[in-house]
Write a protein that binds this ligand. Structure first.
Ligand code: G1P
Length: 287
């Protein structure tokens, strides 16, 4: 079975980025000149997915506007002969098919995913957390879809993190199957370093089986008083195969100030139109 649908939880308040995110969704913060969420939407498209389901909330209409046609803007750009910019604007709205649904209460990531139940139906689907920006030769979701084609099961993206940082992530307990692939037996959301079963942290890319919806419906409030996806996955792991892929690529936590800065610097240094001047500027800062 092919993975066609991708769920993008985007209803959070972006509290780590206040006050910038008071009136602007954190998903719309720019990484150079594109909003964060567009990078993962492009990753979904490059990975062969066909439909994006965005879980929005109060104050998130800018996301819908961004991926919509802007008739006034497009005709203005046409009139002024700004073909390049026009092309970029149209690319965003022509990317892929979008659906939107709202998470009415901020009850956590697991609850946000549950809001997509009717739009997804009974088929395996992908989840993208667009805070996790991943720079890789092969899009991370494409790496995961390749694994899914051989092991049609739940697949989690993981990376090794320093022990002192395990409290920020879902951490898996797993056994190696082969290079970069693990069979998952259990996991824990944001453990204290002394309780962490490993240092393999779940990063914001998932392929989930539709049974996750049944599991999440039975999941009680966990860490931080929220319905955690990790707790739903703990139920799945008891009934079905779950694998974790240590993906190839560099991940930035763009929902965090330092991670966001690092992503901007690193992406700018790869851009032909910016890298020379920007490098010169950075060298001038180091003394
Ligand atoms: C979420 C998940 C966590 C995962 C992380 C990856 O946490 O709950 O398991 O490790 O994303 O970015 P959050 O960052 O939303 O607190």
């Amino acid at each position: 079975m092919n993975i066609k649908k991708a769920v993008f939880p985007a209803a959070g308040f972006g509290t780590r980025f206040l006050p910038a995110t008071k009136a602007i969704p954190k998903e719309m913060l720019p990484l150079i000149d594109k909003p964060l969420i567009q990078y993962s939407v492009e990753e979904a498209k490059k990975s062969g997915l066909e439909e994006i389901i965005i879980i929005t909330g109060m104050g998130k209409t800018a996301i819908e506007d961004h991926f919509d046609i802007s008739f006034e803007l497009e005709s203005l750009l046409k009139e002024k002969g700004k073909k390049e910019v026009l092309k970029m604007i149209q690319e965003a709205s022509n990317l892929i098919h979008f659906s939107y649904t709202r998470q009415k209460k901020p009850l956590g990531l697991g609850h946000a995913i549950l809001c997509a139940k009717n739009l997804v139906g009974r088929e395996p689907f992908a989840v993208f957390l667009s805070d996790d920006v991943i720079d890789s030769r092969v899009p991370v979701m494409k790496q995961m879809v390749s694994v899914f084609n051989k092991y049609p099961a739940t697949i989690l993206a993981v990376q090794r993190v320093p022990k002192k940082e395990v409290h920020k992530y879902g951490i898996i307990k797993a056994e190696k199957v082969k290079d970069r692939l693990y069979r998952v037996f259990d996991m824990v959301e944001k453990p204290h370093p002394s309780d962490a079963p490993s240092n393999l942290a779940i990063i914001g890319r998932y392929i989930l089986s539709p049974e996750i919806f049944d599991a999440l419906e039975k999941t009680r409030h966990g860490a931080g008083g929220e319905i955690q996806l990790t707790d739903g996955l703990r139920k799945i792991v008891k009934e079905q195969d779950v694998y974790a892929l240590e993906f190839e690529g560099t991940r930035y936590d763009a929902g965090d100030k330092l991670g966001f800065l690092m992503a901007n610097v690193s992406y700018a240094l790869k851009r032909d139109d910016l890298k020379d001047d920007f490098k010169r500027f950075l060298k001038g800062l180091i003394y």
